[in-house]
Design a protein around this ligand. Structure first.
Ligand code: 3HC
Length: 311
């Protein structure tokens, strides 16, 4: 027998209405949102590192300015999402603790290295492209603060994707070495960006409930399929080859058949054994420790302000 609160909650979700912070919600709904939104926020913040690596080495002032703006955007996305998670009752300190102790997940994709400038193009085109496919439906997530944060994020993400495409286009119109560098980056980033959408639907423990609650609108495989469908024509314009020999149009299904993703590698990365997991966490921990004096000064300033206003 449903309680009055449960009935009202189910009705709001069924009527495509938003659940707001002060509304009653099932504990499990709150818990899965804290899980997903905090991990999403961690992804944005850790995602600054692979690209930050190239800000001092960008090939021109224009590329440096664009890359700096993009990395700053990712920081902003992280802050919106941490704030959205805080409306559910978790504190910033708790989330930070979970991340730097290695207990929190963040997107697998950011545990890969960025050895050449072409990686900035491949990340923008593939990783931000995948993020858009995943984040546009999240604008309609049933939890108000999450859906609203996604609207702003998606606007900035489309700029990120376009500047990545443009970097690759410039390289593909360059020398043979530049073309090879672009193709090499696409070869290294293609499969991990497909894995970013999450495990196959039959190995996705959260999907069913997340879709019932209208947090997740499309399954991991559906969004992965949509992403590949978007990539094929763009790869043709770029003149790059997508590194999947089994990729071919399936007329009957009206979508692309694709090769097998290496899920062993994916779950290894999730266990913390990817190429850059240790380095990413170490950088985040160090940045947090180096920033302690700023937090102490701000807290002391706030205390003095409060004392003065009481005085
Ligand atoms: N990286 C790390 N962990 C992942 C993952 C990935 N790519 N995909 C799935 N997982 C984890 C899930 O978190 C879950 O573990 P948990 O229960 O401990 O949280 C487990 O693998 C099983 O996956 P499920 O499919 O059951 O989990 P979800 O229903 O949560 O679906 C998801 C996974 C599609 C990533 C979903 O959480 C989601 O949409 N998250 C929000 C979007 C997001 O995080 N995007 C990251 C992109 S990075 C980014 O946006 C930055 C951009 O600017 C480049």
């Amino acid at each position: 027998e449903l309680s009055e609160e449960e009935r009202l909650f189910d009705e709001l979700v069924a009527n495509e209405q938003r659940i707001e912070p002060r509304d009653w919600m099932p504990d499990a709904y709150r818990k899965t949102l804290i899980r997903q939104i905090s991990q999403h926020a961690h992804s944005e913040i850790i995602g600054m590192q692979p690209e930050g690596n190239w800000i001092t080495r960008a090939p021109s002032l224009k590329r440096k300015a664009i890359l700096m703006a993009k990395v700053q955007d990712e920081a902003g996305h992280g802050l919106y999402l941490y704030s959205a998670a805080q409306t559910l009752g978790i504190t910033r300190d708790e989330m930070m603790e979970q991340l730097i102790t290695g207990r929190a997940k963040y997107s697998s994709i950011f545990n890969y290295p960025t050895p050449t400038w072409a990686d900035m193009g491949a990340i923008g085109w593939l990783v931000d492209g995948a993020a858009i496919c995943n984040q546009v439906p999240l604008c309609r997530a049933s939890y108000g603060p999450y859906g609203r944060a996604m609207v702003r994020v998606c606007k900035e993400e489309s700029f990120h994707q376009r500047q990545g495409f443009e970097i690759l286009l410039a390289l593909m119109r360059g020398t043979d070495e530049q073309r090879q560098m672009a193709q090499d980056a696409v070869n290294r980033w293609y499969w991990p960006s497909l894995a970013m959408f999450g495990p196959p639907d039959d190995q996705s423990p959260n999907s069913a409930q997340s879709m019932k609650w209208k947090i997740k609108r499309f399954s991991n495989d559906e969004l992965r399929q949509r992403f590949v469908g978007m990539l094929v024509p763009q790869a043709e314009i770029l003149g790059v080859t997508l590194p999947d020999p089994d990729l071919r149009w399936n007329e009957d299904k009206g979508e692309y058949d694709m090769g097998e993703i290496d899920w062993d590698e994916f779950f290894e990365v999730l266990r913390g054994n990817g190429p850059c997991n240790a380095e990413r966490l170490e950088r985040r921990r160090t940045a947090h420790e180096d920033g302690a004096w700023v937090r102490e000064a701000a807290a002391e300033y706030a205390r003095k302000q409060a004392a003065r206003s009481e005085g």
